[in-house]
Design a protein around this ligand. Sequence first.
Ligand SMILES: Nc1ncnc2c1ncn2[C@@H]1O[C@H](COP(=O)(O)OP(=O)(O)OP(=O)(O)O)[C@@H](O)[C@H]1O
Ligand SMILES: [Mg+2]
Length: 246
Amino acid sequence: MTPHVVELTGVSQRYGDVVALADTNLVIGRGELVAIVGPSGSGKSTMLNIMGTLSRPTSGHVRVDGHAVEELSDRELSALRAGTIGFVFQQFHLTAGIPVLDSVADGLLYSGTPRAKRRRLAETALRRVGLGHRLYHEPHQLSGGEKQRVAIARAVLGDPPLLLADEPTGALDSRSGATVLELLHELNEAGTTVVVITHDRDVAGSLPREVRLKDGRIEHDSTAGRIEHDSTAARELAATASGAER
Ligand SMILES: Nc1ncnc2c1ncn2[C@@H]1O[C@H](COP(=O)(O)OP(=O)(O)OP(=O)(O)O)[C@@H](O)[C@H]1O
Ligand SMILES: [Mg+2]
């Protein structure tokens, strides 16, 4: 098993004259919990989408879970995404009128898993995020924090090794935000590599590793180049590094 879940090497993303990401190198080890921070427009979402193979960069190399993304067809990429990466976005995409159990189960719609099994897995995922008592609620019957937890349940349904979250607490009050953050910590402790974009300095400061972007470049990385081995070592290293910085 490759120790690195994400490897970006010389990755750039240009949109006409706009350089959204400039010659970026970043390695994320298995079992890490990483905050991506930086001002609006600094390239955070661009970087996360490239890590998540949702977009291919203008130049550079991307490896996800050991696979060289540029060598994969769109079809192979979809399969890699489906089996390896869970996404959580700032806006929860829950369909009105559909019980959350089905919304979550639909996350495996294209995996070929039979409906009964999808619903069983969905129930397990919802229990995992503390929503076992809300399986048949519809989106309008849930609080914002609960909706975001549904989104996380859907993202972790197939137990992907990598969870990417773009401002998952951005639309929440601080208490719901704290619950969602706690959940990300728990998933990480259970072995999931988590990368989370946040505007919240307290959130970022509470995570073992912080990568700061500015104008499409990594301006600061609290554990740059030091994560090489297994998740325990990575976590210990990260904890030491972030402790030493403060
Ligand atoms: N499809 C696109 N076409 C042109 N420019 C784009 C496109 N997508 C992003 N950009 C530009 O690239 C830069 C980086 O955008 P990105 O969405 O990565 O920023 P961000 O750090 O996520 O910001 P925010 O905190 O506001 O979400 C911005 O200047 C943005 O305007
Ligand atoms: Mg963004």
